[in-house]
Design a protein around this ligand. Structure first.
Ligand code: BDR
Ligand code: CA
Length: 314
């Protein structure tokens, strides 16, 4: 069993990643840390708790993390995820409270008390992770592995022409993490944009009458409208659950070991991620990057697991 801490900014696809975690017996979710990103940290903390409770994971501790990027001004994305972050879904107020203390301190405490055992899944801007590295640099040697949703290597950006949202929102944090020496697996838009959740997929799930399928329908309807209006995509791209799935089903993707960097200069390239494919700079690869994907393998896994979870609550 893989012990996971999830750093997240729910966010519609973040919420789907939490549901997938609940439906994955291969993993134990030891804690959730909320970060700014799709909506404010106050809202992502609340959303994380509501979605965990929806999925029967109300016992999982939730910690609040950073409210702002390290250097840049805040950027939220209500047009993509809605003002409350979960599209048209309205979940009840969470019954549980967030835990006291900062998420970055929880992360440090967990990694340092169980060296080599904690896998970190980071599916929002990397601010909390960068802060943890600066506060306690030994987390780099003691974390088992870090799975990151972020970047657009050879794919257009989804926030600027070439920058992906998580790396654009806090490029300085991404820079710290990418150059930290942690064992990393990156899931960039190159693979996530091939995994589209369609209306047919939704209709398949809606055959089960359950609060889980209702939530998926209400949240993804907003996300699908965004993808249609802004990117002419039918359906919606579910980036974050793909990253979580790779922790236990790595064969969904093909990987390359690459030297990846992120632009932190002030200019049109801010937040762009790029890989030195021909190794011009003679740098050692700093991460494994998912550059190929078997979309149906992932989508079938996701749909089957959502069906199983939905049946538990029908
Ligand atoms: C990433 O940005 C957010 O909008 C999503 O939740 C995902 O983590 C995709 O670029
Ligand atoms: Ca996210």
């Amino acid at each position: 069993m893989t012990h996971i801490i999830l750093d997240t900014d729910p966010g519609i696809d973040d919420a789907l990643a939490i549901l997938l975690a609940a439906a994955s017996p291969e993993i134990v979710l030891d804690g959730v840390i909320a970060v700014h990103g799709n909506v404010s940290t106050e809202q992502t903390t609340k959303n994380a708790r509501s979605v965990l409770e929806l999925a029967g994971l109300g016992h999982v501790p939730v910690f609040r993390g950073c409210d702002l990027p390290l250097v840049k001004e805040s950027l939220l994305s209500p047009e993509t995820h809605g003002n409350q972050g979960l599209g048209y879904a309205q979940l009840p107020e969470p019954a549980t409270q967030p835990k006291a203390g900062h998420g970055s301190d929880f992360l440090i405490e967990q990694i340092m008390s169980r060296p080599g055992e904690v896998t970190l899944v980071a599916i929002g801007p990397l601010t909390n992770i960068a802060l943890a590295i600066r506060k306690e640099p030994r987390v780099v040697q003691n974390v088992k592995e870090v799975f990151i949703m972020g970047g657009a290597i050879q794919h257009p950006g989804n926030t600027t022409a070439q920058a992906e949202f998580n790396t654009f929102v806090d490029p300085h944090a991404a820079h710290i993490v990418f150059h930290s020496g942690m064992p990393m697996v990156l899931t960039p838009l190159d693979v996530t944009y091939q995994c589209i959740f369609t209306k047919d997929d939704l209709n398949r799930l809606l055959k089960i009458d359950s609060p889980i399928t209702k939530f998926i329908a209400d949240s993804t309807r907003f996300y699908m409208e965004f993808h249609d209006e802004y990117q002419s995509i039918e359906g919606c791209v579910i980036n974050d659950p793909l990253t979580l799935a790779l922790t236990y089903m790595p064969e969904i993707c093909d990987y390359q070991r690459l030297a990846v960097d992120v632009d932190i200069s002030t200019g049109v390239g801010l937040g762009n991620t790029f890989a030195d494919f021909y190794n011009y700079e003679k740098k050692k690869p700093n991460m494994k990057v998912a550059m190929g994907v078997r979309p149906r393998l992932f989508m079938e896994l996701f749909l089957e697991r959502m069906e199983t979870l939905a049946r538990q609550f029908s």
